[in-house]
Ligand binder design. Structure first.
Ligand SMILES: Cc1cc2nc3c(=O)[nH]c(=O)nc-3n(C[C@H](O)[C@H](O)[C@H](O)COP(=O)(O)OP(=O)(O)OC[C@H]3O[C@@H](n4cnc5c(N)ncnc54)[C@H](O)[C@@H]3O)c2cc1C
Length: 443
């Protein structure tokens, strides 16, 4: 059996949203924390200040309504005493139903809180290597420094560390207009693996024109040179010629529309995102269109006229590990139980998702130091669903995921009542899990 570590000191690398939560939750339970943040001496290409928990883009943490998946996540984080949410509530600005903050006041407040909080020792230094004998939490985020990335590959293996997100949108199966689509994979009409959205010539060219004219997110300078030919955004493929998509990701080859007996001009394929089949991935639709543009342009596709997006597409620089193959459910590396990871680097997507895993990794580290077992919340809760998803070996290939009802597991429940049941079950199972964690001094 592993020997109980004789230390009450933990290194947290990275003072972003996940690192701050991890340091705060460990320190508030009496653990001494060395929090290492490389800014301002080494900056990333997106951060602008030396402040901890700086928000690099939007100032919104999305919706707060507990009837939504984002709201449930926040509810659980509040129950776990999230410092990020505590400060967000104090620095919020009016934004309708969303929780948005004054970004400077938010980061400034967090920085002051951490600086004044014993026993956190804030060290402004770029970490370039990992000592696996020291209990360590790695929370260096999507823009992990180059030197550290190199060292990280010695723990993860080079082929288990990725540098780019090329995310296709995921849509809610219930919102697809089934009369307009048909099942079947290429050359195999009986297969139920794919749903096909057929386009005639007119629909295809109208779609291409809208796609080319739509608003795109501008890539950062550091992202421009790094696009891989193998996963180009669809609008980039379309810009190479109006027919290029029809010969690429939306080619109709091998697919006959059973309603007409003919091969359509083009076909957008949707692939099951999970075993339940309640969410579909738009195959090959990684994109830099803005979210409103995705909503408008992709709803032009036959069958998707009133589709609900569970996740929008994106393409951006993002360092993340192949968690399903190298991370355990307690967020430690399979080979090194005292080295744990949290935040965007483990393949959760978004500010809140990252911060939530910072809380969980702190509890997991606490359990490790006390030499007691640790289990994350069950997959029917919002935080548990995220952790389950990123550590599920069946998820292949792995791409980062944000919170949505599609990943919250609730076996054997009819679809029509699914959302209500998810919310009811979440409340019950999350409370049960919290009660079971009293031994970790969670409250
Ligand atoms: C360009 C861009 C735009 C984004 N926009 C959004 C958005 O609008 N909404 C959203 O929800 N999410 C957005 N994200 C995702 C967002 O980055 C994460 O949601 C969140 O910031 C991740 O939190 P984190 O703690 O994992 O990483 P971060 O918040 O990035 O924190 C990591 C910290 O580690 C430090 N660090 C890195 N390497 C080292 C090292 N070797 N030694 C010491 N310190 C180190 C960094 O300086 C940083 O402070 C965006 C990401 C990027 C890259």
């Amino acid at each position: 059996m592993r020997k109980k570590p004789k230390t009450n000191r933990v290194r947290v690398i990275g003072g972003g949203l996940a690192g701050v939560e991890a340091a705060y939750h460990l320190a508030s339970r009496g653990i001494e924390v060395d929090l290492l943040e490389m800014r301002p001496s080494t900056m990333t290409d997106a951060h602008k200040t030396p402040l901890l928990a700086e928000l690099v883009c939007s100032n919104s943490f999305k919706g707060d309504d507990p009837h939504t998946a984002h709201g449930l996540l926040k509810k659980e984080m509040r129950a776990l005493n999230s410092v990020v949410l505590k400060v967000a509530d104090r620095t919020r600005v009016p934004a309708g139903k969303a929780l948005a903050v004054d970004r400077y006041a938010f980061a400034n407040h967090i920085t002051q809180l951490v600086e004044s909080q014993g026993p956190i020792n804030l060290i402004r230094e770029e970490v370039k290597g990992i000592d696996t004998d020291i209990p360590t939490i790695i929370a260096t985020g999507p823009l992990t420094s180059d030197a550290f990335t190199k060292d990280l590959t010695s723990l993860t293996g080079r082929d288990r560390l990725y540098f780019y997100d090329a995310i296709s949108p995921i849509v809610d199966a219930d919102s697809i207009t089934m009369d307009h689509v048909f099942f079947g994979s290429r050359w195999s009409p009986q297969s139920k693996d794919y749903l096909n959205c057929p386009m005639d010539k007119e629909q295809y060219y109208a779609f291409i024109d809208a796609l080319l004219a739509a608003d795109k997110v501008k890539p950062h300078a550091f992202e421009k040179k790094e696009l891989f030919e193998g996963c180009l955004p669809i609008e980039v493929i379309a810009s190479r010629g109006r027919d290029s998509l029809a010969f690429g990701p939306v080619r109709p080859i091998g697919l006959i529309d059973p309603r007409t007996g003919k091969r359509p001009f083009a076909i957008v394929q949707l692939r099951k995102e999970n075993l339940k089949g309640d969410a579909y991935n738009m195959v090959g639709f990684q994109t830099r269109l803005t979210y409103p543009a995705q909503q408008r342009v992709f709803q032009m596709i036959p069958g998707l006229g009133s589709v609900k997006f569970l996740r929008f597409g994106s393409v951006h620089r993002n360092t993340f590990i192949d968690s399903p193959r190298i991370l355990k459910k307690d967020l430690s590396l399979v080979k090194y139980p005292g080295v744990k990871l949290a935040g965007q680097i483990i393949g959760v997507e978004g500010y809140m998702e990252s911060a939530a895993t910072g809380i969980i990794v702190a509890l997991s580290m606490l359990a490790y130091l006390k030499d007691i077992p640790f289990s994350p919340p069950p997959p029917s809760t919002a935080i548990g669903a995220l952790i389950h998803y990123i550590t599920d070996p069946n998820v292949e290939p792995f791409q980062p995921m944000n919170i949505n009802f599609g990943i919250m597991e609730i076996p054997g429940v009819a679809k029509s009542i699914k959302k209500r049941s998810i919310i009811e079950r979440e409340s019950y199972t999350f409370r049960q899990w919290v009660d079971s964690q009293i031994q970790l001094n969670l409250k």
